[in-house]
Design a protein around this ligand. Structure first.
Ligand code: HEM
Ligand code: HEM
Ligand SMILES: [Fe+2]
Length: 444
């Protein structure tokens, strides 16, 4: 750590890990409900568990991105973070909104719009929080000595994410319009601006971990951004096939969304090329593991498993089935969960001054988590394909098919247990790093 103010990142990572644990817990509630063990139903019915699972996912990833930005921006701009006290206020408001929303979901105070369930009055609190966050970053960048491509892409992605939150705050009387604009948030986040955030963090990590020249690394970032926007914006059409809008979206969505994997493939090749070109001397092996994991698994989960159901000819069968859950898990895991864990593993030794970064527990956590999630994805895939066949091809009744799928959910629970064992080890790692300290300031 070169700047004292980078320490604030620790608290965002800590909050992120806490919410991650909540996400997994609610995943289990759903997993068990799916095999008929639904004892908590009266207090936490499936739809509540689902909402908490998805919203806590978004919150822990956003908190991770914020921690990443507070760590990266001072170092990139060569300057202390402006207004550190305000950053703590921002952390607290983030926690308050998150807790209020999560409690709300248990007392039926919510909106039934997948991923955007947060009640609209709370949206205003989110807006204030995000404005605070971006203000702090902007002031830091303005005051800074350097304006690097990495920091500007990261900041650009964060500003884009804030702006794209707004279409989700408009009220419509029409289900079609509501759905149309919901995708501006959900799709244009994960297949647009969040890719910039990921690209920015990845670029920073590659510069630090491989030792390859910044110029070489940052040059490729432009290519990734170009590929992302070229395919991702009109790729939104893959959510418009059968929601009641103009049929032209079948063609537009089919063509452009099929190109989206190129941006993820670009990131994979970029990271692998920089890694093989680099010196491989950096001692923080765990940060390297997670960085390469993000680069590779994002392509598998988002790129390939996205492609698997993105053509209208396929999507007419797979839409809204467990095939989507298969893709959703590996895409979120590979791209965004892994990049947050990568920057965390990179930053923690630097913030806390405890240089343990090549230990067995950390490696075990990495492998168990990955084996677990891949097992879960295989279970969702088998369940999804069976569901499509029975329900959509043979026209069996929805409920009847769900009963047939129970066996796959036992596999899912097994995978989830392996994943969670890995994450428990990871959380122990986190705690073992201890608190941030000024002694960690490097003699840079
Ligand atoms: C990291 C990037 C990505 C993430 C995190 C992600 C995640 C998700 C999630 C969670 C859903 C369900 C959304 C909902 O129902 O509200 C979804 C749907 C979908 N995704 Fe992705 N995705 C990513 C990239 C891609 C890519 C690159 C493609 C295409 C090549 C793709 C194709 C699709 C399709 C076609 C659907 C609609 C499924 C349906 O009909 O229900 N995704 N994605
Ligand atoms: C303990 C581990 C986990 C379990 C047991 C679990 C289980 C589940 C279940 C049962 C669903 C609902 C599927 C359905 O019936 O439609 C679901 C949805 C979802 N989960 Fe998980 N999950 C776990 C971890 C994760 C992780 C680590 C992520 C992200 C990195 C994640 C992301 C998602 C997403 C995006 C959806 C929505 C999928 C869709 O759009 O269809 N889950 N999860
Ligand atoms: Fe999409």
């Amino acid at each position: 750590m070169k700047y004292k103010s980078q320490k604030i990142a620790y608290w965002f990572f800590a909050f992120s890990m806490l919410v991650f644990a909540i996400q997994l817990t609610y995943g289990f509630i759903m997993g068990f409900a799916r095999v008929g063990m639904d004892g908590l139903h009266e207090w936490i019915p499936f739809n509540t568990a689902h909402t908490v699972h998805l919203n806590s996912l978004v919150v822990w990833l956003l908190s991770g991105f914020m921690g990443a930005a507070y760590y990266i921006i001072p170092e990139e701009t060569e300057n202390e973070l402006c207004c550190v006290k305000l950053a703590y206020v921002q952390l607290i408001t983030l926690a308050v909104v998150a807790v209020a929303a999560l409690v709300g979901y248990h007392i039926n105070y919510w909106e039934g719009r997948k991923f955007l369930e947060i009640p609209r009055p709370l949206d205003w609190l989110v807006a204030i929080n995000v404005i605070l966050f971006l203000f702090i970053l902007l002031m830091t960048i303005i005051k800074g000595k350097r304006k690097t491509t990495t920091s500007l892409v990261l900041f650009g992605g964060l500003v884009g994410a804030a702006l794209l939150y707004l279409p989700g705050m408009i009220s419509f009387n029409s289900q079609i319009l509501d759905s149309f604009f919901r995708w501006w948030v959900v799709h244009l986040w994960v297949e647009g601006v969040w890719e910039l955030i990921m690209g920015g963090i990845l670029s920073f990590l590659l510069i630090k971990l491989t030792g390859v020249d910044r110029e070489v690394i940052e040059k490729w970032l432009y290519v990734i951004i170009a590929l992302t926007f070229l395919s991702g914006i009109l790729g939104t059409g893959h959510h418009y096939y059968y929601i009641g809008v103009n049929k032209i979206w079948l063609i537009i969505g089919g063509i452009f969304s099929s190109l989206e994997p190129l941006a993820f493939l670009g990131m994979t090749l970029w990271a692998l090329a920089m890694y093989s070109k680099g010196e491989k001397k950096h001692p923080n092996k765990l940060a390297i593991y997670w960085t390469l994991n993000a680069a590779i698994v994002s392509f598998l989960g988002a790129g390939l498993l996205g492609l698997a159901h993105t053509l209208p000819q396929t999507n007419i069968y797979t839409h809204g089935t467990l095939v989507t859950a298969m893709h959703g898990h590996l895409a979120f895991w590979g791209a965004y969960a892994s990049i947050v864990l990568a920057i965390m593993y990179y930053a923690m030794p630097n913030i806390t001054g405890r240089k343990f970064y090549n230990h067995t527990r950390g490696k075990l956590a990495f492998w168990l988590a990955n084996i677990g999630i891949f097992t879960m994805v295989a279970a969702f895939a088998a369940a999804g394909v069976a569901q499509v066949y029975l329900e959509r091809k043979l026209s069996f009744d929805f409920g009847q098919v769900q009963n047939e799928l129970q066996v796959h959910f036992w596999v899912l629970i097994t995978g989830a247990t392996i994943l969670s064992t890995g994450i428990i080890l990871l959380l122990i790692d986190f705690i073992k790093y201890g608190m941030p300290t000024d002694e960690a300031l490097v003699e840079a």
